[in-house]
Design a protein around this ligand. Sequence first.
Ligand code: HEM
Length: 427
Amino acid sequence: TTDPHGCPVSSGAEAFDPFDSAYQADPAEVLRWSRDDEPVFFSPKLGYWVVTRYDDVKAVFRDNTVFSPANALEKITPSSSEAESILKKYNYGMARTLVNEDEPAHLERRRALMFSFAPEELLHHEPMVRRLTREYVNRFVNEGKADLVNEMLWEIPLTVALHFLGVPEEDMGTLREYSIAHTVNTWGRPTPEQQLKVADSVGKFWNYAGKVLEKMRDDPSGHGWMKYAIRRQKELPEVITDSYLHSMMMAGIVAAHETTAHATANALRLLLENRSTWDRICQDASLIPQAVEECLRHSGSIVAWRRVALEDTEVGGVKIPKGGKLLIANASANHDERYFEDPDSIDIFRDNASEHLSFGYGSHQCLGKNLARMEMCIFLEELTKRLPHMRLSDNQDFKYLPNIAFRGPENLFVEWDVSLNPEKTAP
Ligand code: HEM
């Protein structure tokens, strides 16, 4: 097999398959050969140039004029025509949002909508996150075991996402199904039969997003990113169009929900596998923010993101032709020993942990990063306080939804001795 320049590809490049279970389980480890020997390679299976070293990944994120994010939400598995007609039936019309918009439109929009992410605005959401976390922990604290993903980490970030957007809390179950469908539709490898089901859910998600948007237009007062955007639309109708608002509603839920749920599940697994670190944060909660940052570096929830080259260019000395698509492996960059010392181990005192690329970098860097950090800190504060003695259940298989971008276990089983619950021993 050859790359687009006609050069033969290496055996590592030939074998690379991001849908493979070994890659899903540990993408940074599977890409170690690339970081060492061939840091930018063409994957014939994917049709993408894969970038794996820290400096190169950062350079691609940084240059948003040569490397456009226009393909960030492109379907990695093209839809069948039947799936397309199902989407058409729902008038599915996902437009570019922020994450995949080029300049100058992107920056204009980002500036117009940043206000909701300011620290003072995020403070409005904090009591709700705390309350929800306590309520969810109450449900299982005396059970002695839990699947933290299904009993807490999936639903709270979804509820927080809805609150953040200003959406009413109803239809949580349905929304959950919808957003998984969106992930599979965009980043996954659905079979032809799955494609039809997924298209139906994505279509319904789109319609639902439209209905909620209409409801919000009746009274767009109060906190909430969508409400703010609806108000801004009056002043800036060309920047914040109707089609943008509808797309933002759907994309916003996905951006805020699964990313945070997965990142917390990854963090808890990592901390419980590194017991001395877990014990340390149980003893001293002031270390939680730095633990969160190190967990985001070590086991972030977005393992790779995409760009497309708008001109002939070069990354790490490798020529990329105009139109070349890039898979930028931020999980691999975060484990690059050229940048992070002893990158595979977890060290909450690492001085450059916050330079990880799990939130991307540059002009598109995650707008919600401080909301995500706040949620993750609160989850850890409540769990270390109330269940410091919990441990991972033995013999569990960590399963991942096969896709190229999001990574988090489908379940996280933990257990503990209820008689040792701090609220029993020291009420
Ligand atoms: C963009 C990761 C949580 C909203 C992004 C990008 C990444 C990312 C990798 C693309 C960055 C780039 O292209 O340079 C994450 C992770 C999260 C998280 C790992 C959780 C741990 C959230 C939350 C929100 C959010 C809670 C809240 C709404 C956004 C938005 C963008 C974005 C609006 C687009 C920014 C732009 O293009 O200007 N995120 N995200 N994210 N994220 Fe997040």
